[in-house]
Write a protein that binds this ligand. Sequence first.
Ligand code: FAD
Ligand code: SF4
Ligand code: SF4
Length: 461
Amino acid sequence: MADMNPKKTPMPEQDPKVRARNFQEVTTGYTAEMAQTEAARCLQCKKPLCVQGCPVNVHIPDFIAKVAAGEFNEAYNVITSTNTLPAVCGRVCPQETQCEARCVRGKKGDPVGIGRLERFVADWHRENSIPETAAIEKNGRRVAVVGSGPAGLACAGDLARAGCDVTVFEAFHAFGGVLVYGIPEFRLPKAVVRNEVTGLMEMGVEFRQDMIIGRTLTVDELFADGYEAVFIGSGAGLPQFMNIEGESYLNVFSANEYLTRINLMKAYLPEYDTPAPVSRVVTVVGGGNVAMDAARSALRMGAEKVFIVYRRSMEELPARAEEVHHAMEEGVVFRLLCNPTRVLGDENGRCCGLECIEMELGEPDASGRRRPIPREGSEFTIDCDTVIMALGTRPNPLLHTTTEGLDADRHGCLITDETTATTRKGVFAGGDAVTGSATVILAMGSGKKAAASILEYLKNK
Ligand code: FAD
Ligand code: SF4
Ligand code: SF4
């Protein structure tokens, strides 16, 4: 008999006032007892809609039944039969629009905390299990993977398990893609990502850092070097700007650069000499997860006040509900229905304010969301010494402009067929490089799909 408590078992978390000034993880995770209590809320539906809501169809009721029975290792095996990165997805998946959105318990109360349970199982496994050392039979095929984000890691893992010799080429000096350079430590500890990378290294995957494919080596040179297939999971790291006056003033950043300085280059630690502005008032422009991460990082970097400027209303805000809630609790101030018109600068060329105009919502546009329209004469200024633009990103054109026969669409996204094959023979692609900025789980799913297609391609080659 299921536990009919309408509320999710609460997740322990740091006090908002304390956590707004440190980089430690906000939520501290379920204990085994809490996980079993939450698992008991699952109705074990015969036709589980939650599974349809998950982009990689994790067998949700099966893993939750194992959690309820205290069989955590078995629960891990169920999850990882379709999801390579459960510790990451349990933390950052937008569950409220995916698995949990479809959970029947959500009709009269909270849905089952599927993400929280997934995180618990993955963390339990990391802390308690003995790594498997079963020898993998090699098949003598060599594959290159470009990029070490979730798409690249998932693809490399499945290929290595199938016996391929896999080399991951990463432009940065650390592996994990956005999971290490974008998403901050307080949402996704780097140790969780490192653990996934170490697991692949132990499986025999070779990781090469500081290798920009298209510059250090080209895709053609990879083939000439004996790689029989190439997977491109190079993400969408090229930031967009508004092209308004004053964007070139000092202390106007793209969110990508700001977060990379803090996360990857550890600007928040005194022993690192990475330059990062010591700001009094920061304004972040945008309403997605990236904007929330930038705003909450700015608080932790010591800003007295942090604003989010977003041109639509709270209803349209694209960031995860949990991140918005956490940002508000920590003191980030939301200036909704307004849009920047220019950045103001002082005599030293430094940002000293952001001029904005108020907006109102008109008819829905092509995206189905109501179009924001400026209200004439409503200009106002936010005094601030740093502006961070979090307006979305695109794939970097480097790979398709340096690889013969590799086509991209007008947004710079690589063109693939349903098998993930690109227009260049032997080259496959997935993740944000194909879709534009999306989610971890979609990138991971496409990496797995590409691995299957590459194995098929190698078999027929
Ligand atoms: P990436 O993770 O971008 O990895 C690509 C890797 O390729 C990078 O390491 C890059 O350095 C490397 N690379 C690029 N070019 C080359 C080259 N020429 N040669 C070699 N290496 C190269 N998604 C969620 O689901 N939930 C969230 O909460 C969430 N929050 C986010 C917060 C931020 C700040 C950002 C930026 C994104 C967030 N996302 C979130 C989106 C998610 O992280 C991405 O969709 C996902 O990481 C894409 O994975 P990927 O493997 O395609 O690319
Ligand atoms: Fe939900 Fe993401 Fe896990 Fe799927 S992978 S069950 S969407 S948390
Ligand atoms: Fe359990 Fe909800 Fe899935 Fe039903 S829909 S199996 S209650 S998680």
